[in-house]
Design a protein around this ligand. Structure first.
Ligand code: OAD
Ligand code: ZN
Length: 245
């Protein structure tokens, strides 16, 4: 394994434009469940009942109860060494951009600034009919919450199945991926598109990919370095190796 970490550290140290793509696996060690796999959310809950606009309109209370539970989990979680290492790499001027599919705020709390949030932010609520938006410090008191401006329903500020990604976020992420010579892909199954296309865009533009995951994924067969293990353990090892080069 150290051999592979050496290769990864070498690639990173020589990079001109290093970016990272993260998924729910990076927050798993902070106690936030992933979506797929044996303990994944989509193994226990049906996405079509909780994560679509139609489901929300049919039953806003059930959807909000589920989101309130997740909001509580996230507010009580702490960034782990993987989030902290990415913030450190940005601070050192090595990591240029961090693209995340996560709706939690653990990257921000770890100190990362150059974040592109592809799937929205669970701590934001917005009105389904007017432009009202606000940031939550706790789950809403009243469920489902209503818009203080127009009285209509407030929804979680995340991207649901069947919805498009924030257009600025996906176009920036694509631009970054085309420009990246190295991408770190951490804790994502890579099955959800268009996020899953970003590593392909890196390869199409002759960039290299370092993948960190506890399991092989859709992406593994075309990555340059596969580091199998927990993100919270592997990322600090990469940083340590980098500092000793
Ligand atoms: P998934 O649940 O699909 O994948 C999580 C990945 O993390 C898996 O490949 C695991 O093997 C890996 N993993 C788990 N624990 C890990 C650890 N400690 N260290 C490293 N890797 C670990 O989650 P995402 O790829 O994020 O969409 O899923 C993509 C999207 O699907 C999510 O953003 C969400 C979901 O539906 C929306 O909310 C729009
Ligand atoms: Zn409103």
């Amino acid at each position: 394994m150290q051999d592979q970490i050496d290769v990864a550290a070498e690639l990173i140290s020589k990079s001109r434009h290093l970016i990272a793509l993260t998924g729910s696996g990076i927050s798993a060690e902070s106690g936030i469940p992933t979506f797929r796999g044996k303990d994944g959310l989509w193994n226990k809950y049906r996405p079509e009942e909780l994560a679509t606009f139609d489901a929300f309109i049919r039953n806003p209370r059930i959807v909000w109860e589920w989101y309130s539970w997740r909001i509580n989990l996230i507010l009580n979680a702490k960034p782990n060494p993987a989030h902290i290492t990415l913030a450190e790499l940005e601070h050192m001027g090595i990591l240029k951009r961090l693209v995340t599919q996560n709706v939690d705020d653990l990257h921000e709390r770890a100190g990362s600034k150059k974040i592109i949030k592809l799937h929205g932010d669970i701590l934001v609520t917005r009105c389904i009919s007017c432009d009202y938006k606000s940031r939550l410090k706790a789950p809403p008191n009243e469920i489902p919450p209503k818009c203080p401006k127009c009285g209509n329903l407030l929804r979680p500020g995340v991207v649901w199945f069947g919805e498009s990604l924030p257009s600025h976020a996906i176009s920036e992420a694509l631009k970054e991926s085309k420009n990246a010579d190295v991408m770190l892909v951490i804790g994502t199954s890579g099955v959800v598109y268009p996020a899953g296309y970003l590593p392909i865009a890196v390869k199409e533009n002759k960039g290299s990919i370092i993948e960190v995951n506890t399991e092989e994924t859709m992406i593994t067969r075309y990555v340059d370095v596969f580091l199998q293990g927990k993100a919270g353990e592997i990322l600090p090892q990469i940083l340590k190796t980098l500092q000793n080069l």
